[in-house]
Design a protein around this ligand. Structure first.
Ligand code: GDP
Length: 483
């Protein structure tokens, strides 16, 4: 639950932010997505596009030349790390390596000077807040009791592709005695087995999305603390825990996780966002198969629940609902030929629409896009068996091994991107048709599905970065505030 005290603090903060916004228009944009979904790359590319411009036809303010300039400013929250834009950019452009990923929250402030269409000059302050999507998927825990958490997470762990990965944990669980005396060693062993199960579910070939509690996978400086040393247990059907029992100890820690980790994040960061982009690695889910896609859909449901939290509270009736726009974006579209970009968007649209219908989400404006924040491939045509086919060309990262060949990081390859179905329904049918991503152009049945390409070559210092549809994201997220 969001407590009254939380609400009061959020309300005061909202009032303070509102006054600041009137004095100097300010927009707080959250960038999130699960680990490896592309947050760091996206945030770097977005800042670079605002500072350096580039080909951004759909981003009206930039395209019509109304943006006079954007500069970095000291970020306002002293306790939050700054997003290291300069280092990340140098890494991409100079070393042609992807920057290290987001593992914690960071912020950056930009000041955008622009000319409204009516003339004159204005300034919009843009605060970017980059944080792990795992934390967002924790917010629904606020509305759950320990018994609810046990029920939902154990049901999931015993299902489908998760069950074999959960076997060691479920074995440890079967040997544990929830009503027995509390036991630190036992609790630690169960928490470790549960964490290993969650980590196994994140592997590329399984690609599950919904894996709370988020800090089990991204503990940061909380590693080893009691608030992270719990696991779900099989509770009696009334969900009651006996004082002094292992179950009571786990319940206490689950509550500590909520109050020490989840609630402060909600109050200090999430509740202050005006807009949000949720990056989704839909291609990885498609590559991994129907089970991963179904799990992604469950995660989207959970995200939409998070956006509704605190909406019907006293405070939200006094203050405007904060998050007014949410963009779900499928990343790494440069792994597909442009003919499939609309199809990728249609698949995400379908996933989000179904989740929206279930969550009855309202109050915010939702949209979807398929994009590549930094385009690492170019398109070409190649011949296979006398047939001319669209292909993509890129430089695979060094050290990856496919069919006995190890890439050295300099060699370019052409691959056939998989064709996404024109009608997404086939992918969602039980036992779904599936999708076969990147495959070889040499006729051999080589599976390049999980191939990673290096960032593009030949980008001069200060030059714009190539992208796919980044301008669409910018227009949806910022366009109206620059008009
Ligand atoms: P984060 O964990 O969400 O911060 O994810 P990152 O931004 O670090 O991205 C994870 C990985 O995805 C990168 O190391 C790249 O391999 C890949 N990636 C991200 N964005 C793109 C993109 O636009 N194109 C391509 N080809 N790969 C990308």
């Amino acid at each position: 639950r969001i407590t009254l005290l939380d609400e009061a603090r959020i309300g005061l903060r909202a009032l303070f932010d509102r006054v600041e916004d009137i004095a100097a228009p300010t927009l707080r944009l959250g960038v999130t997505g699960l680990s490896r979904s592309g947050k760091t790359v996206f945030t770097t590319a977005l800042i670079h596009a605002l500072i350096r411009g580039g080909r951004l036809p759909v981003f009206e303010a930039a395209n019509s030349g109304r943006i006079a300039g954007a500069v970095l400013k000291p970020q306002p929250d002293d306790a939050v790390p700054r997003f290291p834009y300069e280092d990340h950019l140098a890494q991409i452009v100079e070393a042609r390596l992807w920057p290290s990923s987001t593992t914690r929250i960071s912020e950056l402030r930009l000041e955008i000077r622009y000319a409204p269409p009516r003339g004159g000059e204005r300034t919009l302050t843009l605060d970017l807040v980059d944080y792990p999507g795992e934390w967002l998927l924790d917010l629904p825990l606020l509305d759950m009791s320990y018994a609810d958490f046990c029920r939902t997470s154990l049901t999931l762990a015993r299902e489908g592709v998760r069950a074999p990965l959960a076997a060691p944990f479920l074995g440890a669980l079967a040997a544990a005695s929830p009503s027995g005396p509390e036991d630190e060693t036992g609790a630690r062993a169960l928490a470790a087995a549960f964490t290993q199960y969650l980590a196994a579910c994140r592997s590329e070939r399984v690609a599950m999305s919904l894996l709370p509690p988020g800090r089990f996978l991204m503990p940061g400086d909380l590693e080893g603390s009691p608030a992270l040393t719990f696991a779900p247990l099989d509770l009696p059907s009334d969900g009651k825990t006996r004082p002094g029992s292992l179950a009571a100890m786990m319940e206490r820690r689950f509550e500590a996780y909520k109050s020490a980790v989840v609630r402060p994040f909600f109050r200090e960061h999430f509740a202050r966002l005006d807009r949000q982009i949720v990056l989704v690695d839909a291609l990885s889910a498609l590559n991994a198969g129907p089970a991963a896609l179904a799990d992604l859909e469950r995660a989207l449901d959970s995200i939409l629940t998070a956006f509704r939290l605190g909406r019907n509270s006293i405070v939200s009736t006094l203050f405007r609902p904060r998050i007014e726009r949410v963009l779900f974006a499928a990343t790494k579209a440069d792994h597909l030929h442009h003919t499939s970009h609309d199809r990728l968007e249609a698949i995400l649209q379908k996933l989000v629409e179904r989740a929206l219908a279930r969550a009855k989400a309202e109050g915010a404006l939702f949209d979807v896009a398929a994009l590549s924040a930094v385009r690492a491939t170019r398109e070409a045509t190649m011949t296979r068996n006398g047939e001319v086919l669209p292909a993509i060309v890129g430089t695979p990262e060094a050290g990856q091994e496919v069919a006995g060949h190890t890439f050295d990081g300099d060699e370019e390859v052409g691959v056939f991107p998989g064709d996404l179905p024109a009608v997404p329904d086939a992918l969602f049918a039980p036992g779904g048709a599936g999708f076969r991503g990147l495959s070889s152009t040499d006729g051999a049945d080589t599976d390049f599905r999980f191939l990673r390409f290096r960032p593009p070559a030949g980008i001069g210092a200060g030059a714009p970065l190539p992208h796919i549809r980044l301008d669409r994201a910018l227009q949806f997220l910022l366009g109206d505030r620059l008009a």
